[in-house]
Design a protein around this ligand. Structure first.
Ligand code: LM2
Ligand code: CA
Length: 463
């Protein structure tokens, strides 16, 4: 038994999509902190249009912090409690645009607005009117000018190069920072010139964490690499590379030395299996794929590339459906306290509670023990694949429909180890395993993998 194995500080995050602030605060205290999540990405906290669809959050009306997800006080309370639990808060910052409504209206908190009039914030001169397309909408993604100065799905496009606009955005972000947030996801960053985003970020306190959302496409002029000078970038190539391997059972190691092709440098990359957009779009593997989704997350958390963010949302059959809400329009609180998972199926609106899945907790433990150890060349056999994080742990997966054995060469010391995906050790100094146990013998570990399962052992799971 090895009771004291060195563990790296947590680095992984979790996106809690459309979860009210009061519920996130509870998650931080009861689950995220103890499990070893370093940060949580929230949905946009500011006032938006008053509609039931989740995407109302992406149509800002004002920078007041009164939204369907909670009040300013509730947001501030969440940040405090998460911080105290060791979980930093990253807020989703929608700053490329305001609403996409043609008719004037009133926001969720009662603020009046029109398409390019936001009293006290912005008037028509603060917006781009690109004049390049019918209705000023983006039509051609091969045109940088259209992508950055026309309207994304009719959303009034802020002239983010303007001094007054930058000041107004910075005042909003500073307000969130004053409540203790650690940084921001920059929504629709591709639709703002990187120089504009750099200027805005340059006016924020040093150390503010920035994660730009720039959906990679080889056919477009605006590339994620333009946004790495002032922060991290969500790397969409990651799941695009991984998912087909899991679906085909044909595995290939990524580039193990140096940068990965079509990926931003590792220290700039935020990687994910899916997010709220891709689970409604391009992602091949989502909560609906249950066991395969666990495998995808396990491989991501076991990897040595980038900072991973796990995703947790709610089940839906209609891509527009908002999270279950109260009569007053606020999103209903939800608890993942007793949730296992993944479940065989989910009812519409049911929270997936991925942060509560035992396999995720086990892989966070693996990740902490793996630390900075390099990923070694992998082994594949049939539908199974596995690799070692040098001297620290070994992960293996079977994406096929039949049980498979996989022998992975390893430098781990000989002995018995508990698989942390199926339960890990029964106590820190314990001798027993809650789930499967594997033996490292003579520089090899032989996994016995049930259909569509993952397994992982690490120095700290030795019994
Ligand atoms: C994002 N990143 O770049 C967000 O992650 C994504 O969720 C947002 O789209 C988008 N960019 C704008 O912030 C979502 C949603 C869209 C929705 C917009 C605005 O995927 O469907 O568009 O938010 O709420 C909706 C309607 C669309 C309509 C638009 C404006 O679906 O048909 O366009 O509102 O009223 C006329
Ligand atoms: Ca823009």
């Amino acid at each position: 038994p090895t009771p004291s194995v060195e563990r790296a500080a947590p680095d992984a995050g979790i996106q809690l999509f459309q979860l009210p602030w009061s519920s996130i605060a509870e998650e931080c205290e009861t689950r995220l902190g103890p499990a070893g999540f370093a940060w949580v990405l929230t949905s946009p906290p500011n006032e938006s249009i008053a509609r039931e669809e989740w995407w109302a959050s992406y149509q800002p009306v004002s920078y007041g912090l009164n939204s369907r997800l909670g009040t300013r006080d509730e947001f501030a309370d969440m940040v405090k409690r998460c911080d105290a639990a060791g979980v930093a808060v990253i807020a989703d910052a929608v700053i490329n645009h305001m609403t996409g409504q043609d008719a004037a209206g009133t926001g969720f908190a009662g603020t009046p607005y029109a398409h390019d009039e936001y009293p006290g914030l912005y008037g028509p001169d603060d917006f781009h009117h690109c004049g390049l397309t019918p209705g000023d909408d983006i039509v051609d993604y091969t045109s940088r000018e259209q992508v950055q100065t026309c309207e994304l799905v009719n959303l009034a496009d802020l002239d983010t190069s303007g001094e007054q606009v930058q000041r107004t955005i910075v005042a909003y972000l500073d307000d969130l920072l004053s409540l203790g947030v650690a940084g921001f996801r920059i929504d629709a960053a591709k639709h703002m010139a990187a120089d504009d985003v750099a200027a805005i970020v340059g006016r924020l306190p040093e150390g503010t964490r920035i994660m730009s959302e720039v959906i990679r496409s080889a056919r477009e002029p605006v590339q994620p690499e333009e946004y790495t000078g002032f922060g991290e970038v969500f790397e969409f190539s990651y799941a695009r590379d991984l998912d087909p391997q899991l679906e085909s059972g044909v595995f290939a190691d990524p580039e193990l030395e140096g940068d990965r092709p079509a990926h931003v440098p590792a220290d700039r990359a935020v990687v994910f299996i899916d997010n709220h957009d891709t689970e409604r779009g391009e992602a091949d593997i989502t909560y609906r794929d249950g066991r395969l989704y666990v495998i995808a997350n396990a491989l991501m958390l076991a990897d040595d590339y980038g900072t991973p963010v796990v995703y947790s949302g709610y089940a839906f059959s209609d891509r527009d459906s908002g999270a279950p809400a109260e009569a007053d329009g606020t999103v209903s609180p939800a608890s993942c306290a007793d949730a296992g998972g993944p479940a065989e199926s989910y009812a519409d609106g049911e929270r997936t509670c991925v942060q509560a899945w035992p396999a995720i907790a086990g892989m966070l433990e693996f990740r902490a023990v793996a630390g900075a150890a390099p990923r070694l060349e992998g082994v594949s056999d049939g539908d199974a694949y596995g690799f070692e994080r040098e001297g620290r742990g070994v992960v293996a997966v079977n994406v096929g429909d039949e049980t498979q054995t996989l022998a992975v060469p390893t430098t781990l010391p000989s002995g018995q180890y508990c698989d942390v995906v199926s339960g890990g050790k029964d106590a820190i100094d314990g001798e027993g395993c809650r789930g499967a146990a594997y033996t490292v013998d003579g520089g090899v570990v032989r996994f016995e993998l049930a259909p569509q399962t993952a397994a992982a052992i690490h120095l700290g799971s030795r019994r």
